[in-house]
Design a protein around this ligand. Structure first.
Ligand code: ATP
Length: 324
């Protein structure tokens, strides 16, 4: 559905200053995938999306989207895709239904088909009761749903969403996600989205592409990234006198790393916590080392980012936008 090779974008800001926003991204997205592009502010997520949606031209490299080249065939690409940007695309004074069917006409539907499609989307996105309202009178969550409807009016097979839920409260976020996932089912869409919300990328996307400084630094399922790059943490407490022996046993576990004993607490990382913990407790029993408490802590995508870059996503976030 999408294939990029060494996709690059430089912005020449002055004679002496060039921003290397995207540095040679190579990415393949298969039909039907839901891919979250995750990264701190300024990582190059929006610039990548803007190249894929033909809004800006790449400096170098290639990108094929829905079978067409973004540079040589931008018109055809645009007809195949929907794009919901960060800003609010919808006008202010129009009624919701007119805004939506007008968008359909822009995309080449005849008036009747555009009206039918608008009604269908308003129904699906639970905006039907608001159809006659002015866009300016909608709440933030309702407007974001209208933005999504605008991106879907021409029934694209591929939808790009740039930070769809930023600025929404948790309830509206959950609600928007319900709608996006339902739309995806209903229209068998491929979805590529950017997000700052780690929990969102973790739970919603089947695949997470982590971008930093204009490069892809990781690309896999959230579970695989966590297992591969962060691992589970085991925390075991015992009487301080028993810790050195416990640490010795922990070092022997397959793949154990970052073994740290502190006061009465031992922590270490392993690839598979639920498998390693009984093993550690078993050998502690064998050597008569009493264990007080034991727990497995599963990693987050922030741990993955920390492992990859030495920074947490929150620290990397230079503009102060909230990272969940
Ligand atoms: N039109 C432009 N002119 C100059 N620099 C730009 C332009 N657009 C983006 N940049 C710069 O390119 C880099 C990548 O920006 P981009 O918006 O793609 O990041 P992002 O990952 O989407 O960030 P955010 O999460 O804040 O939206 C940043 O350093 C940004 O300042």
């Amino acid at each position: 559905m999408i294939s990029t090779r060494k996709l690059t974008k430089d912005f020449v800001v002055s004679r002496t200053d060039t921003v290397h926003a995207v540095r040679g991204i190579s990415l393949d997205v298969e039909p039907g995938e839901l891919v979250a592009v995750l990264g701190p502010n300024g990582a190059g997520k929006t610039t990548t999306l803007r190249m894929l949606t033909t809004l800006i031209a790449p400096t170098s490299g290639t990108a094929t989207v829905a079978g067409y080249d973004v540079t040589t065939d931008p018109g055809r690409v645009r007809r195949q895709i929907g794009y919901v940007g960060q800003g609010n695309g919808a006008g202010h004074s129009q009624r919701v239904t007119d805004e939506l069917s007008g968008q359909g006409v822009i995309y080449g539907l005849d008036r009747r088909a555009a009206k039918r499609r608008a009604e269908e989307l308003l129904e699906s996105l639970e905006l039907k009761d608001l159809a006659q309202r002015k866009v300016s009178d909608l709440s933030g969550g309702q407007r974001r749903r209208l933005d999504v409807a605008m991106g879907l009016v021409h029934a694209p097979g591929l939808l790009f969403l740039d930070e769809p839920s930023t600025g929404l409260d948790p309830q509206n976020r959950a609600n928007l996600w319900d709608h996006i996932l339902r739309m995806r089912e209903q229209y068998s869409m491929t979805i590529v989205l950017t997000t700052h919300y780690l929990d969102e990328a973790d739970s919603m996307a089947e695949r997470v592409v982590v971008v930093d400084h204009g490069e892809v630094i990781a690309d896999d399922t959230a579970d695989a990234l966590k297992a591969k790059l962060a691992g589970d943490q085991l925390i075991v407490t015992a009487a301080p006198g028993n810790l050195p022996e416990l640490a010795r046993l922990a070092e022997k576990l397959l793949g154990a790393r970052e073994v740290v004993a502190d006061c009465d607490r031992l922590s270490l990382r392993v690839a598979d916590g639920p498998a390693a913990l009984p093993e550690l407790i078993g050998s502690a029993q064998q050597y008569a080392v009493p264990v007080a408490t034991a727990q497995v802590i599963r990693p987050t995508l922030d741990d993955v980012f920390l492992n990859l870059t030495g920074r947490t996503l929150r620290e990397a976030d230079s503009t102060g936008k909230a990272a969940a």
